[in-house]
Design a protein around this ligand. Structure first.
Ligand code: AMP
Length: 189
């Protein structure tokens, strides 16, 4: 199964992707995790990305695409993948389609986790306390939500236009939401 998980920051994408990874036996590919690993390792790319991430803005499309391409070239991704945090804007959508066509692994479905914004803010506050992410401060969260509405919402519209979008209610306990996602996957899952 080759799928994209969409949803606002704090909608539960990362947690659900981890659950799905166990259920489907395919890797969870999070561009946020790849970037955080590069920041932690202090690579030149990580150093370049850090300030942008801390400000809640998007890292350059070229950097993120390069990282994604490397990750999808690993053997475990030949069975499929769960993309989390990519694509984040319409240009990345087009880059993804081109990349997946080139490697012969076209996307099957995009699942959008739908969570009301009041709940999003609470969830991020909980995550800030639990994980201490630098970009979970109130100002940065506001910026990330603004960037999401401006740049990532059109991605969902794009997938809807090409008939690949499924919207799933993201409110409920983890297992419940996970079952809804599994139920929304195309039959070949
Ligand atoms: P996330 O873990 O998906 O919430 O991503 C955390 C941060 O990493 C974002 O706020 C961006 O600064 C950066 N990031 C993650 N994925 C992307 C992407 N596809 N394009 C650009 N920046 C990204």
């Amino acid at each position: 199964m080759r799928l994209v998980l969409l949803g606002a920051p704090g909608s539960g994408k990362g947690t659900q992707a981890e659950l799905l990874k166990g259920e489907l036996g395919i890797p969870h590919v999070s561009t946020g995790d790849l970037l955080r690993a590069a920041v932690k390792a202090g690579t030149p790319l990580g150093i370049e990305a850090k300030a942008v991430m801390d400000a809640g803005q998007l890292v350059s499309d070229a950097i993120v695409l390069g990282m994604l391409e490397d990750r999808l070239a690993h053997a475990d991704a030949t069975k499929g993948f769960i993309l989390d945090g990519y694509p984040r804007n319409v240009a990345q959508c087009e880059a993804l389609e081109t990349l997946l066509a080139r490697i012969g692994q076209p996307l099957e479905v995009a699942i959008k986790l739908d969570v009301p914004s009041e709940l999003i803010v609470d969830r991020i506050a909980g995550r800030a306390a639990a994980q201490g992410r630098k970009d979970d401060t109130p100002e940065t969260v506001r910026e990330r939500l603004r960037v999401y509405a401006e740049q990532t919402e059109p991605v969902a519209r794009h997938f809807a236009q090409i008939g690949k979008l499924k919207v799933v209610d993201g409110v409920g306990d983890l297992a419940e939401v996970s079952q809804r996602i599994l139920g929304a996957l195309p039959q070949s899952a």
